[in-house]
Design a binder for this molecule. Structure first.
Ligand code: CU
Ligand code: CU
Length: 523
């Protein structure tokens, strides 16, 4: 399975797309590879931005193959079959990751803004065998800088931290995949918590040179989302593979007496929780590193940024739950395996994994896509407001034309300085270069409105900011209003708040606390 998992990448060798004819000749002596070709309904790999959510792929050649497959076939958990031989020659795997903003459903009836690699959260699963060369072409098609930071061993310039990739910029990461295990990738531009929670993360799996024992293999990437504040340590939503409770609605198939192997990657940002699987104690490779000694456990703590490989087997058919113990299981991080006996004529490596592995990652990615329904022009769900303040409207809206232009924010009425005529409503601009402007970051920085009036802030800067009531580091910061970190993303976002009582309200930016402003609400 190790080598076949990689075979799809031999389609693209050294930055060249090889024609299918050449390919078939190339691959014809490797039967397992052809199996992948035939069965691979839809790969999880890099995809040009604008295609329909259910189709994707690393390159045109694989795309063609995937598109020929029927929808029904795409729904089936078709396997990649396994090979027991040790991979002889290092291969080169070439990916294109495109940072793109979109909206996704992450829970039933909940559509949110998302920053993605290739239109899904998590992004495509990157795979290689230990010692292979991996080339990632990163293209940033969003208004904010991003990177691809990989876990694993590599030199500094491949680490995706200091080489920020600006809007419309590109960067190529080129490294050798090591060590073998479950690794991760994510954006590393500050505030990292924001960039990761918004969706810029994915799995990076490095298979060992000597294949692992046969198993049915799943990938779980843990993520989180908070519609009000992406810095919330107890966020509203916890997801496996980008959608809450998707494996409660669509349980994961497994067979009795086959090994189920889970590559578990935690890209949430909450404190560590224990991953628990029902019906059987399970084996864990700590930190997802295959050279580590294993343990038999009932639950396994997994902190942010850490991974694990879990192996579990059930002798009985039935429904076996898995979840993080604690808050996350109440907020989406719950699913179950539907374990059934294999039929007498089950095909090994297709229906059951006994001597051949079955790779379920494509099936999982297709399911995620079908649930998330990516739509760059989708309308995000507006949430109910804080209890007891029914009149308030905390809203995140799409402003402008969504065209990514820099001008035309409609703030021309206000110059710098104060606006002290009391009106019902007011507009405040977050100025370009706001981080260095202190009390001039908001324009006007001091406004007077009447009770019942609404203030609309528009972010005209190229940075993320918040509009948070109170003063920095005070216990009541954000109590009256708080844009949270999902709002106010330049260039087209606004945040509004309706003031229902009189008083003086100072506010600031949580990320740049030197940015301060004042609202005076008069009867
Ligand atoms: Cu980023
Ligand atoms: Cu700020």
């Amino acid at each position: 399975m190790v080598s076949t998992k990689c075979s799809r990448f031999t389609f693209i060798v050294k930055r060249r797309i090889i024609s299918l004819t050449v390919l078939s000749i190339l691959l014809s002596n490797v039967t397992t590879m052809m199996t992948v070709l035939g069965n691979n309904s839809n790969t999880a790999f890099a995809q040009p931005s604008s295609s329909v959510p259910s189709s994707n792929n690393i390159g045109e050649s694989t795309n063609t193959i995937a598109n020929q497959k029927s929808e029904q076939q795409n729904q089936l958990p078709l396997p990649s079959s396994s090979s027991s031989s040790i991979q002889q020659q290092p291969k080169t795997h070439e990916y294109t990751l495109i940072a793109q903003n979109t909206t996704l459903e992450i829970a039933p009836q909940l559509r949110v803004d998302a920053w993605t690699y290739n239109g899904t959260v998590p992004g495509p699963t990157i795979t290689a065998t230990e010692g292979d060369r991996v080339i990632i072409h990163f293209i940033n098609k969003t208004p904010l800088p991003h990177t691809v930071h990989l876990h694993g061993d590599h030199p500094s310039q491949e680490d995706g931290v200091f080489e920020m990739v600006p809007p419309n910029g590109t960067y190529t990461y080129d490294f050798i995949a090591e060590p073998a295990g479950a690794l991760a990738y994510h954006c590393h531009v500050p505030p990292v918590m924001q960039h990761v929670r918004m969706g810029l993360y994915g799995a990076f799996i490095v298979y060992p040179k000597a294949p692992l024992p046969p198993a049915r293999e799943y990938v779980f990437v843990s993520g989180e989302y908070d519609t009000q504040n992406q810095l919330n340590p107890l966020p509203e939503y916890y997801m496996f593979n980008g959608y809450t409770e998707q494996y409660m609605e669509h349980p994961l198939p497994a067979r009795t007496n086959e090994t189920v192997r889970i590559y578990l990657i935690n890209l949430g940002l909450s404190p560590a929780y224990g991953m628990h699987i029902h019906g059987s104690l399970f084996k864990v490779y700590p930190s997802g590193i295959l050279e580590n000694p294993t343990f038999k456990v009932q639950s396994w703590e997994l902190a942010s940024g850490n991974t694990a490989i879990l192996e579990v087997k059930w002798p009985w058919p039935g429904k076996f739950t898995f979840h993080y113990h604690g808050i996350p299981e109440e907020r989406g991080a719950m699913g179950y395996f539907n374990v059934t006996n294999a039929s007498p004529n089950a095909i090994d490596g297709k229906d059951i994994a006994i001597t051949k592995s079955i790779n379920m990652n494509d099936w999982q990615m297709n399911l995620t896509k079908s649930l998330q329904k990516a739509d760059p022009h989708g309308k995000v769900t507006t949430l109910a407001t804080t209890p007891g303040t029914n009149e308030e409207h905390h809203g995140m809206m799409m402003g402008g034309g969504g065209g990514g232009g820099t001008g035309g924010m409609g703030m021309e009425k206000h110059g710098n300085g104060s606006s002290l005529s009391s009106t019902n409503n007011a507009q405040v601009s977050i100025m370009k270069g706001a981080t260095a402007l202190g009390n001039k970051a908001f324009s006007p920085d001091h406004i007077k409105i009447k009770v019942g009036g609404t203030v609309v802030w528009t972010n005209n800067d190229n940075n993320i900011h918040t509009v948070t009531s109170g003063v920095p580091n005070s216990p009541n910061a954000g109590q009256v209003f708080d844009s949270g970190l999902t709002s106010l993303i330049s260039p087209s976002k606004t945040y509004s708040h309706k003031f229902t009582s009189a008083g003086d309200f100072s506010y600031f930016c949580r990320l740049h606390p030197n940015m301060v402003g004042q609202i005076e609400v008069v009867p």
